[in-house]
Design a protein around this ligand. Structure first.
Ligand SMILES: Nc1ncnc2c1ncn2[C@@H]1O[C@H](COP(=O)(O)OP(=O)(O)O)[C@@H](O)[C@H]1O
Ligand SMILES: Cc1ncc(COP(=O)(O)OP(=O)(O)O)c(N)n1
Length: 271
């Protein structure tokens, strides 16, 4: 049977845990045919980012055009966009109606603390890209930067989701992988949709193997949208997928730092 097709516009993580590698694994694990437009090469491993080599915006667009002109893409995920030029170019594509089911993960900084976005691009996210998205998935730290505020409680996480919703996206998820003080035992993501706010809650899994959680969550959301699920079903499915992949990879040892998730937890190898 012909599978649904999703596109990721994101950076390459040489260590395979985050970026387009995580996105394509997630798409494959969920039965979606994955395509990609690479925005930057990173020389990266589980301990940190050693270098970033951005792709010129024109060539990012050339990759997107090549995919969209040929394949029936029904959802798109953006991750590390690296430069202001690329954020602007992707926003222009969205404005032209070329990016269906758009999930924007506004990647700014790796969990290692290394920057993955030019600071001047933050304003463009706010003004040009986020308002056009079907779903935006900032983590708490990214929400703080976008709103120029601090988020220390679940109440503030909920307020942040509402404030980001006012910018224009259809749905906002302020992810809680970095615990706010009153949700230390649970991983709580706050969803804003069309004026209402609710929580996606799961147990906080005790593991250092958490490299690529955000990429995986956004890619799983895009995969579900590509399959035709509604946004609530897509987010619930993505939350379960990332929890299961974290739990399955909790004990393996890949790399010296924050290891990856096990995206293929339901494959024969993991059983
Ligand atoms: N230790 C954990 N246990 C359970 N879920 C987690 C854990 N860490 C992150 N998550 C989940 O992974 C997804 C990505 O969140 P987060 O880690 O905040 O993103 P990012 O990688 O962008 O910082 C969210 O659904 C979040 O709740
Ligand atoms: C190339 C690339 N893109 C994105 C990230 C950040 O990934 P994320 O899923 O947000 O996970 P952590 O940084 O929290 O592991 C990245 N590191 N590299």
């Amino acid at each position: 049977m012909t599978p649904p097709v999703a596109l990721t516009i994101a950076g390459s993580d040489s260590s395979g845990g985050a970026g387009i590698q995580a996105d394509l694994k997630t798409f494959a694990a969920l039965g979606v045919f994955g395509t990609s437009a690479v925005t930057a090469l990173t020389a990266q491993n589980t301990s940190g980012v050693r270098g970033v080599h951005p792709v010129p915006a024109e060539f990012v667009i050339a990759q997107v055009d090549a995919v969209l002109d040929d394949l029936p893409v029904t959802a798109v995920k953006t991750g590390m966009l690296a430069t202001a030029d690329v954020v602007r170019a992707v926003a222009d594509l969205a404005a032209a109606g070329r990016l269906p089911g758009l999930v924007v993960d506004p990647v700014m900084v790796a969990s290692s603390g290394d920057p993955l976005l030019e600071p001047q691009a933050e304003r463009l996210y706010l003004e040009a890209l986020l308002p056009q998205a079907t779903v935006i998935t900032p983590n708490v730290r990214e929400a703080e930067v976008l709103l120029d505020t601090s988020i220390r409680t679940l109440t503030e996480q909920r307020e942040a989701a509402r404030a980001l919703g006012a910018l224009g996206p259809s749905t906002v998820v302020v992810k809680g992988g970095h615990p706010v003080t009153d949700s230390a035992d649970a991983a709580v993501d706050v969803v804003w949709n069309d004026g209402s706010v609710y929580e996606l809650r799961g147990p906080r899994i005790d593991t250092g193997n958490n490299h690529g959680t955000g990429c995986t969550f956004a890619a799983a959301t895009a995969a579900a949208l590509a399959m035709g699920r509604d946004v609530h079903g897509a987010l619930a499915g993505a939350k379960n997928f990332v929890s299961d992949a974290l739990a399955a990879g909790a004990a393996w040892r890949l790399g010296q730092g924050h290891g990856p998730l096990d995206h293929f937890f339901s494959s024969p190898r993991s059983r």
